[in-house]
Design a protein around this ligand. Structure first.
Ligand code: ZN
Length: 595
């Protein structure tokens, strides 16, 4: 799969020649959002720069926002495009769907301007309300084709004087922000307008929490969020040994327009942006979303698969390693929570069990294939499976590394090693480098079989052999429940029979619609312990036995005899093994406490 992809990429590179712009410098973006543009739901952008001479200035708008892994074609939202050279209109045309060619007749100042229609409630996009806007740099900021991304840029925001601005960009005056290169420029989304902005310290660095709408969250809820962030940051920084920002901003929007119950985050190098439905606003479980997005500041924004290094904004950048960037980030979000006491070990086991169920309910797909395919959003039920499945792969690798090194090394060792040897050397990492780092951490143990069966291949994960190394096991509790074909509905008199399955044994025994179900097998129906008690009493009964059914018909209790028929439900759980070896206990504690 990976080889096939590389062949296609090579072919595409051979047939695509990127255009080359006349060099430009002194790039300034003026962004206007005020009551007047809010009324039109637009954001006005003016890009000013100096050209170095005569020729074609070729400017493109990104087609996607990194982290979103989908082509959004932001150019669709551009209206009223215009270009001037000095004070005269300049000639321009488009040379592909998101690229403009503007004729420069001499060295000197040029400007291009447009209105951006901002009504997409999505973390990768731009959206306005009467007194609020958010936007991503990928939506608004054009870049010169064929020129290094290492050009500095300034953004000036023109807005209502009493409105606030929040962004991860460096602020040089109240409305002026700078970035030293284009990648940073488009990695720092903005809030402009009326919203709450609180700050505290997290891991000794400034942590800001920007929340829209203003006053949607109480002071105590905002403080709870900052307390959660203050726990998460040091726990995650401990994996890598540093906090790579001076200030970090959590940008959060809640709106009734968003899918009920949904919450989605998008990571950046010194901020992240969450959009929530109003139903989940203020819910303490959002800590797991914050922990996931903040971990990305190291894992994917800095330590990143080579296929996405550097980001290219005009095309998809599929990688077979997204399971590391997303799934292992998800594993570390769970670890950050349990290591800081935001969750209990039992909650960690239960979250992890939930992931095993997600994987077993999805069609078998390899982590590498699922990673590669995300850009096309497959409809076969595997679209997001590299999150839970990648998280479980991280969990298993963590256990195996700790086992091979007697808990001296862990997956943390791998993450830190890769961060130093790839990100710090200014490059992305390869699959080979990943497995070499895993093997190094495990004192030289080979992971070739694990990689080929469970990461490149589709074999079911070896929970039974790996979890016990950490004093854990995955158990399945099988429960027997009656299946006599009776449907009841509760009213003030009890459990009324409303429907009988014509093929069920209750109807044969003489149960009638309108009866009230009193007991089954001598056990009071509706009692909270009915399920476990029934399982205990009848779990071993062979089919064909008789179960007494007591119904109240009018004022009389009637006992009927139904032929036994059962269904089983299976509940899996990850549980600690009592009496596990001291080494296995060390490993389990090491995972839960980060040692
Ligand atoms: Zn993520």
């Amino acid at each position: 799969m990976r080889l096939q992809f590389l062949a296609i990429a090579a072919l595409a590179a051979a047939t695509t020649v990127d255009p080359l712009s006349v060099p430009i410098s002194d790039v300034l973006y003026d962004v206007t959002f005020d009551s007047a543009t809010a009324y039109k739901r637009t954001i006005n952008v003016v890009m000013s720069f100096n050209t170095r001479g005569a020729g074609d200035v070729i400017l493109s708008l990104p087609a996607w926002t990194p982290g979103e892994y989908e082509i959004d074609n932001f150019v669709r939202h551009v209206t009223q495009f215009a270009a001037t050279e000095g004070s005269s209109p300049a000639t321009w045309n488009k040379i592909d769907q998101d690229t403009w060619r503007i004729h420069s007749s001499r060295a000197g100042p040029m400007r291009v301007s447009f209105d951006y229609l901002a009504m997409t409630l999505d973390n990768a996009a731009a959206w306005t309300k009467p007194e609020f806007a958010f936007f991503n740099g990928t939506n608004l900021f054009l870049y010169p084709e064929g020129q290094s991304a290492e050009f500095p840029a300034t953004v000036v925001v023109h807005t209502v004087p009493t409105w606030k601005i929040a962004t991860g960009m460096t602020q040089t005056s109240p409305n002026t922000f700078t970035a030293s290169n284009y990648h940073d420029l488009v990695d720092m989304p903005f809030f402009v307008g009326r919203f709450d902005l609180d700050s505290a310290l997290a891991g000794g660095k400034q942590m800001r929490f920007a929340s829209y709408p203003a006053e949607a969250l109480s002071n105590s809820t905002r403080r709870m969020v900052l307390d959660q962030l203050a726990k998460i940051v040091p726990a995650e920084a401990a994996v890598f040994g540093e906090i790579p920002w001076n200030s970090y901003t959590v940008l959060q929007v809640a709106d009734s327009e968003y899918s009920p119950g949904a919450a989605a985050g998008l990571e950046h190098q010194n901020s992240h942006f969450d959009i929530l439905s109003v139903q989940v606003l203020g819910n303490p479980v959002l800590a797991s979303l914050y922990a996931h997005e903040i971990f990305h500041a190291w894992n994917v924004k800095r330590l990143r698969p080579a296929e996405m290094w550097p980001y290219k904004y005009d095309r998809p950048q599929p990688t077979p390693l997204l399971w590391i960037s997303e799934g292992i980030t998800d594993y570390y979000a769970d670890l950050a929570e349990v290591r800081t006491g935001l969750t209990t070990p039992d909650q960690f086991y239960s979250t992890t069990t939930g992931k095993t169920e997600e994987v077993s309910n999805a069609p078998p797909v390899s982590l590498e294939d699922a990673s590669l395919t995300t850009w096309v959003k497959p409809l076969d039920g595997t679209e997001d499976i590299y999150y839970p499945k990648g998280s479980l792969a991280g969990f298993l690798l963590d256990i195996m590394i700790r086992d091979a090194s007697d808990n001296q090394h862990s997956l943390d060792t791998v993450m830190r090693d890769m961060y130093q040897s790839d990100y710090k050397r200014g490059r992305g990492f390869t699959n080979e480098e990943w497995w070499a780092a895993v093997s190094r951490a495990a004192n030289g143990r080979s992971f070739a079989t694990f990689a080929s069966r469970y990461v490149d291949g589709r074999d079911p994960f070896p929970y039974d052999s790996v979890l016990p190394l950490a004093g854990l096991r995955l158990t399945a509790d099988r429960t027997v429940l009656p299946n006599l074909g009776i449907s009841t509905s509760r009213d003030e008199q009890g459990y009324k029979v409303i429907e009988l399955n014509p093929a069920g044994t209750a109807i044969v025994a003489g149960v009638k619609v309108g009866d009230y179900l009193v007991s089954l097998g001598g056990l009071e129906f509706g009692n909270p312990d009915f399920g476990p008690a029934f399982n205990a009493k009848f779990g071993a009964m062979p089919p064909g036995g008789i179960i007494p059914v007591v119904v109240r018909r009018g004022t009389q209790d009637v006992t009927l005899n139904a032929k036994a028929n059962f269904r089983t439900s299976e509940q899996t759980r990850i549980v600690p093994i009592s009496g596990a070896s001291p080494k296995a206990v060390r490993i389990r504690e090491g995972i839960l406490r980060g040692k």
